[in-house]
Design a protein around this ligand. Structure first.
Ligand code: NAD
Length: 423
C-alpha cells in the first residue's frame, strides 16, 4: 500500500487528539487514504432527545448519544457516561479509543461509547431510572448482545446497567443479560468486574515500576479521581506496598506524605461522598496533586488534565492512565522528551473491557466463573498486553502510546482488508 498524506485534522480536544493519534499510526503503517478515512469516521452514531418528567412534575429535555466507531472485529463495546461535559465530539473520541483498546487486548469487539449530558448528582434515583430507561428505549434498535454492549463509565454504575438490561429485555420480551456488562452479580454480572479496571491499572503500574527497576515498597503514588477506577487503583497500589500519598475527587484533594490509609478513606467517602474532610490527611490544591514528587501518577478522572500548562512540572517518572485521554498530545510529547514513561489509557485501563468480555461470554453461556478464575485471566491478558506493547515500542523506537495505537490500528485495518469492501 502507498504511503499517503493524512487527512487534515481540524478538531480540538479529545477528538482532535484521537484523530492525530490515528494519523500518526497510519503514517507508521503506510496505509492509504481510503483506509485512513474509513478508520477516522464512526460507522454509526445516534443523537437522541430524552424527555424527562422531574419529580416536581416539570419536564426537561436532555441530550444523549451513542457512537459506534467500528465493528469490523465484532460487536461494538463501550461505556455509558453521565456528565455535564458530555458532547457528541467527546463521545466520538471515546468510541474511537474503545476500538483501539479492544483490538489491542484482542477482545473480539469494535468500539462504541454513549453519553448523556447530565449531572447525575442533581437528580433523584427515580429520575435517573427514567432517564436511563428512556435513553435505552431510544437507542434500542442499535444495541444488543450481537450489536453493541454498553457498560458503566463516569457517573453510571451497576444499577444503571440493571435498568438498561431490564428496559431492553422488556422490549424484546425475554431476559437478555448479555446486552450490558458491569451488571449486579445477582443479574448475571461477573465476579471481579467492579474492580477489574483498577486491578488492570495496577498490573501495568507494577510492570512499569519493574521495567524502571523500582521496588513497590520504596515508591510513592498520587491518584487523581476517587471513583470506580481511582479508588480501586489507590487500594491495589497500597496493597502492593506502594505509598499512596495523595488522592483527589471533583471536590478537592488530600495529601499525607506518610501514606494514606485507603481502607479508612474508602469508609470516609462512603459516608461523606468526598475525600475532603478525611482525618488522616491535609487538604491541598487539586492542581498540585498532579505535580507532586511521586514515582507514579495515576490520572483516573477526566480527559485533558495533563496538558501544556503542567506537563513541564510533572515530577512522577511513570504516568499510568486510569482515565481515558487524560494526557493531551502536546503534553504527551513533553513527557516523552523529559523521559517520563506514560502507560497509555488503551492499555492501562483495559481491565474493565477485558472482564466485560468475560461477563458477556459467561452471560452467553449461562455459566459463571469464580472470582479467582476471572482475576487470573485478567492478569494474564493485561501482562500479555504490556509485554507486547513494550516489545513493539522497543523494536520500532516508538512511545508506548504510539506502539499500542499502531498495534491496534493494524489489527482493525487487517479485519477491514480481509473482509473487503461490500458491495
Ligand atoms: P466515576 O464516576 O466512578 O469516578 C470519577 C471520579 O473522578 C470521581 O471521584 C469524581 O469526583 C472525580 N473527578 C471528576 N472530575 C474531576 C476533576 N476535575 N479532578 C479530580 N477528580 C475529578 O468514573 P470512573 O468509572 O472511575 O471513570 C474514571 C475514568 O476512567 C474515566 O476517564 C473513564 O472513562 C475511565 N474508565 C473507566 C472504566 C470503568 O470500568 N469504570 C474503564 C476504563 C476507563
Amino acid at each position: 500500500m502507498a504511503i499517503a498524506t493524512a487527512p487534515a485534522v481540524a478538531e480540538a480536544g479529545p477528538l482532535g487528539d484521537a484523530l492525530q493519534q490515528l494519523d500518526a499510526a497510519i503514517d507508521v503503517l503506510g496505509y492509504d487514504q481510503g483506509l485512513h478515512r474509513l478508520l477516522a469516521r464512526p460507522r454509526r452514531e445516534m443523537s437522541v432527545s430524552i424527555p424527562l418528567r422531574r419529580d416536581d412534575g416539570s419536564i426537561e429535555v436532555l441530550s444523549g448519544y451513542r457512537v459506534q466507531h467500528n465493528f469490523s472485529r465484532g460487536p461494538a463495546k463501550g461505556g455509558l457516561r453521565f456528565s455535564p461535559q458530555v458532547s457528541l465530539d467527546e463521545v466520538r473520541a471515546l468510541a474511537m479509543w474503545m476500538t483501539w483498546k479492544c483490538a489491542l487486548l484482542d477482545v473480539p469487539y469494535g468500539g462504541a461509547k454513549g453519553g448523556i449530558t447530565i449531572d447525575p448528582t442533581m437528580y433523584s434515583t427515580a429520575e435517573l431510572s427514567r432517564v436511563t430507561r428512556r435513553y435505552t428505549n431510544e437507542i434500542l434498535p442499535i444495541i444488543g448482545p450481537e450489536k453493541d454492549i454498553p457498560a458503566p463509565d463516569i457517573g453510571t454504575d451497576e444499577q444503571t446497567m440493571a435498568w438498561m438490561m431490564d428496559t431492553y429485555s422488556a422490549n424484546v420480551g425475554y431476559t437478555v443479560p448479555a446486552v450490558v456488562t458491569g451488571k449486579p452479580v445477582s443479574l448475571g454480572g461477573s465476579l471481579g468486574r467492579p474492580s477489574a479496571t483498577s486491578r488492570g491499572v495496577v498490573h501495568t503500574a507494577l510492570a512499569a515500576l519493574a521495567y524502571r527497576g523500582l521496588v513497590p515498597a520504596r515508591t510513592s503514588a498520587a491518584v487523581q479521581g476517587f471513583g470506580k477506577v481511582g479508588a480501586g487503583s489507590a487500594r491495589f497500589l497500597a496493597e502492593a506496598g506502594v505509598r499512596v500519598v495523595a488522592v483527589s475527587d471533583r471536590y478537592g484533594a488530600i495529601h499525607n506524605a506518610a501514606g494514606l490509609d485507603i481502607t479508612a478513606l474508602e469508609l470516609h467517602v462512603a459516608t461523606c461522598g468526598t475525600v475532603c474532610g478525611f482525618g488522616g490527611a491535609a487538604e491541598i490544591d487539586p492542581d498540585d496533586l498532579l505535580t507532586l514528587d511521586v514515582d507514579v501518577l495515576v490520572p483516573a478522572a477526566v480527559e485533558g488534565v495533563i496538558n501544556l500548562r503542567n506537563a513541564h512540572d510533572i515530577r512522577a517518572s511513570i504516568v499510568v492512565e486510569g482515565a481515558n485521554g487524560p494526557t493531551t498530545n502536546d503534553a504527551d510529547a513533553v513527557l516523552d522528551d523529559r523521559g517520563v514513561l506514560v502507560v497509555p489509557d488503551i492499555l492501562a485501563n483495559a481491565g474493565g473491557v477485558i472482564v466485560s468480555y468475560f461477563e458477556w461470554v459467561q452471560g452467553n453461556q449461562a455459566y459463571w466463573w469464580t472470582a479467582d478464575q476471572v482475576e487470573k485471566r485478567l492478569e494474564t491478558r493485561m501482562l500479555q498486553g504490556w509485554r507486547s506493547v513494550l516489545e513493539t515500542a522497543t523494536r520500532r523506537g516508538l512511545t508506548l502510546r504510539q506502539a499500542a495505537t499502531v498495534t491496534a490500528v493494524s489489527r482493525v485495518a487487517d479485519a477491514h482488508l480481509t473482509r473487503g469492501l461490500y458491495p
